[in-house]
Design a protein around this ligand. Structure first.
Ligand code: TYD
Ligand code: MG
Length: 452
């Protein structure tokens, strides 16, 4: 028997190579190449060559608003950029069990109840299982068709025949094309399947939602490979132990990225969280040292979160440092700044910083709250319950300006906070009534405020 020809694919970016390499020249990641059988190129038609297009002058092109229809789930519509764009390809990624199937089934419910036609194709669950889940979510009045199938060629035929407005593929890792000999979920399959789905979406005018599981190590061809191919990438994230879920736009050809939608997993599906700040601050301790509220921006939306710091004497030679929900190295850096600029001896203290509620924050505007929570715990000075903080801390201990300061203050005021400690550079430019704004230039000034 002739030896099967194989090629090597990069798991991260899909780079193809005839031989194995330690480092991928495409994405510079190490040890990402996997061996897979050669993909036989099918004899399908490529773009027709007879209507070659002429380049157009930019001033002759009319800008058209993408027609879109809101699905009715406000948090989801926002992340999509205002609604579903017809013929687009949307990837919804996330850890297994986070609620992707639930979210999309809810989307189907809203859309069919508005009179659209939806085809939900599952390669993971039986029809009865989907029905059981659907019953938890409520009544379906409209035209929702369910199908259990993993062979993409058959799926293509059915979509072509039924012509739904929206098709959901749950999940990309279970789908396969017969002409490719590698297993479902491998880089080759995922690429080909997505390519076909793209052709279906653009050709027939169906909006296709693809569910993709992300594994920690990216062992199964992570949806990374397909991020480049689809129009929109959304990630559903959250803590398995917390009930809220955040839907984050990572890429969007038809809208802004960085938008988030906040949901709460309930017994009857995902419920929208209209006021995330209130949700995040639920159960906050009062009058305790180390607890500080920060005003942050996620996408274009302000959100208030509680940061907790705990500093105590260490019992080890090496002090322990832990950061949950924020960058560990950033916390270390801020502690070094405190040590150098305020002269505190933090080197023989363990320090723990936790963003309550399980959110993951990377915004530098969190710095001031982190620094304050560490100081508050170290000095055992409780912060007023009606005080809020935001600002970036630099290496010389200066408090630097951040963007969208006014929205941060307004959100704090709306949530009943009375005092806002913020960078002096921001303080000079905004006028908000109903909340006392105190500008600070450096951490010495912050310390003075805490001590009084
Ligand atoms: P699921 O949508 O199956 O996750 P995924 O498709 O991302 O793998 O959601 C699974 C979890 O959601 C499961 O642990 C049960 C929980 N769940 C609820 O808490 N309430 C509900 O109404 C539903 C349908 C699921
Ligand atoms: Mg699922």
């Amino acid at each position: 028997m002739a030896k099967l020809k194989t090629v090597f694919f990069c798991k991260e970016c899909g780079y193809e190579s005839a031989k194995w390499m330690g480092q991928c020249p495409g994405c510079r990641e190490w040890d990402t190449f996997v061996e897979e059988p050669v993909v036989k190129t099918s004899s399908r038609k490529t773009t027709s060559m007879n209507n070659i297009r002429e380049p157009q002058h930019i001033s002759n092109i009319k800008a058209e608003e993408e027609p879109r229809f809101p699905c009715g789930i406000v948090e989801l519509d926002r992340v999509l950029g205002g609604g579903i764009v017809p013929s687009s390809l949307v990837l919804v990624g996330g850890d297994p069990g986070i609620g992707k199937s639930t979210l999309l089934l809810q989307l189907c419910r809203e859309v069919v109840n508005k009179g659209k036609k939806v085809l939900y194709i599952s390669g993971e669950e039986s029809l009865a299982q989907i029905k059981m889940r659907a019953e938890r979510l409520g009544t379906f009045d409209g035209d929702l068709l369910l199908l259990c199938e993993t062979n993409l060629d058959l799926i293509e035929d059915i979509i072509t025949k039924k012509k739904p407005d929206i098709a959901v593929i749950d999940s990309i890792q279970t789908m396969f094309k017969e002409e490719i000999s590698s297993a479902p979920g491998s880089v080759g399959q995922v690429r080909e399947v997505t390519g076909t789905l793209m052709r279906i979406a653009k050709g027939i005018g169906v909006t296709v939602f693809i569910i993709g599981h992300v594994t920690k190590e990216g062992v199964v061809a992570g949806p990374r490979v397909l991020e480049h191919m689809v129009d929109t990438v959304l990630y559903l994230e959250g803590d398995n132990h917390a009930s809220y879920r955040i839907l984050r736009g990572v890429k969007n050809r038809f809208g802004s990225t960085n938008e988030i939608g906040v949901f709460e997993m309930r017994g009857n599906g995902l419920a929208e969280v209209k006021n995330p700040s209130e949700f995040m601050l639920k159960g906050r301790p009062e009058g305790e040292s180390g607890s500080v509220v920060a005003s942050l921006i996620e996408g274009t939306r302000p959100i208030l979160v509680e940061v907790q710091g705990l500093v105590c004497r260490t019992n080890f030679n090496m002090p322990r440092r832990t950061a949950v929900g924020t960058d560990y190295n950033r916390v270390n850096l801020l502690m070094a700044v405190l040590e150098k600029r305020l002269g505190y001896n933090l080197a023989d203290c363990d320090a723990y910083v936790n963003v309550a509620g399980g959110m993951r924050i990377t915004e530098p505007a969190l710095d001031l709250a982190v620094v304050t929570s560490i100081l508050s715990s170290y000095k055992n000075l409780p912060i007023g319950d009606d005080t809020i903080f935001f600002g970036e801390v630099g290496l010389t201990g200066e408090i630097r300006a951040v963007n969208m300061a006014e929205q941060r203050v307004l959100e704090a005021s709306k949530m009943g906070f009375k005092v806002c400690i913020m960078p002096q550079a921001n303080r000079e430019h905004i006028k908000v009534t109903g909340i006392k704004m105190i500008g600070v230039r450096n951490i010495q000034e912050v310390m003075e405020i805490l001590e009084n």
